[in-house]
Design a protein around this ligand. Sequence first.
Ligand SMILES: NC(=O)c1ccc[n+]([C@@H]2O[C@H](COP(=O)([O-])OP(=O)(O)OC[C@H]3O[C@@H](n4cnc5c(N)ncnc54)[C@H](OP(=O)(O)O)[C@@H]3O)[C@@H](O)[C@H]2O)c1
Length: 262
Amino acid sequence: MATNNQTALITGATSGIGYELAKLFAQDGFRLVIVSRNEATLQQVAEDFKQLGSPQVTTIIKDLTQLGAAEEVYQETKRQGITVNVLVNDAGVGEYGFFHEVDFSKDLEIIQLNIITFVHLTKLYLRDMLAANEGRVLQLASIASHQPTPRLAVYAASKAFVLSLTDALIHELKDTNVTMTALLPGATDTDFFRKANMEHTKAAQEDPYDPAMVAKTGYDALMKGENHAVAGAMMKAQVVLSNMLPNELVSTMAEKYMLPAD
Ligand SMILES: NC(=O)c1ccc[n+]([C@@H]2O[C@H](COP(=O)([O-])OP(=O)(O)OC[C@H]3O[C@@H](n4cnc5c(N)ncnc54)[C@H](OP(=O)(O)O)[C@@H]3O)[C@@H](O)[C@H]2O)c1
């Protein structure tokens, strides 16, 4: 893909995997639209991306858990005359704890961000990409997409939704020049665990993956138009196992990583 005048819109580009992805787009000369909640952080990382080679970085301050947020982001890019050639749905949150103990407001936040806004942003920008018959979409799924996960149940279910929708859309897009790629990280060393109140777990403490490595795996797969990207041999093996074993066993396996690290 020639990147002259190409624009990538990345949600969650201020931290973790999204930040590392945005760096790769910047290095390849993409213009960027970055979306998250914190104005100061957005301004700060926008400077990083310009230094790395992005000719233009547009910041949109938006809480993507709010109803209508996706439409507002879309209208803002329209208003500024920006054509989005690549959409990266990265922003996502989780919450640790037994389902019956976690506040419903937290469940709603996860569902609103990881599912509702994800669906709406995908729909809005995909329509324009299909009209132009060109574009790429990267969807942040997870190893949890394949693993019903006790103590992280709503999050894992939201990521199963992300993967299921993405796989169906990959099929719908097969005769077009628009591609969609799901990135399925395993536990990755970002701020995710602190925000989800699960820093004490084995998942957070037992050698999580480097976000730069995870982002590079996703970026390369996106640019090749591949369907799925899984970083690390261990995670590839877990995907195969999770697809073979009954969900009861997969959940038992997944729960081990949710226990406190010794
Ligand atoms: N880390 C892992 O182990 C792991 C594994 C598999 C999949 N993933 C997925 O990877 C994606 C990125 O996560 P990460 O690990 O990089 O987490 P992170 O470091 O916590 O980054 C999350 C990003 O999303 C933004 N964000 C969060 N809530 C938002 C909201 N309501 N509105 C707008 N932006 C919001 C954050 O910015 P602000 O807070 O400033 O708004 C931040 O830029 C997520 O979809 C996550 O589910 C992570």
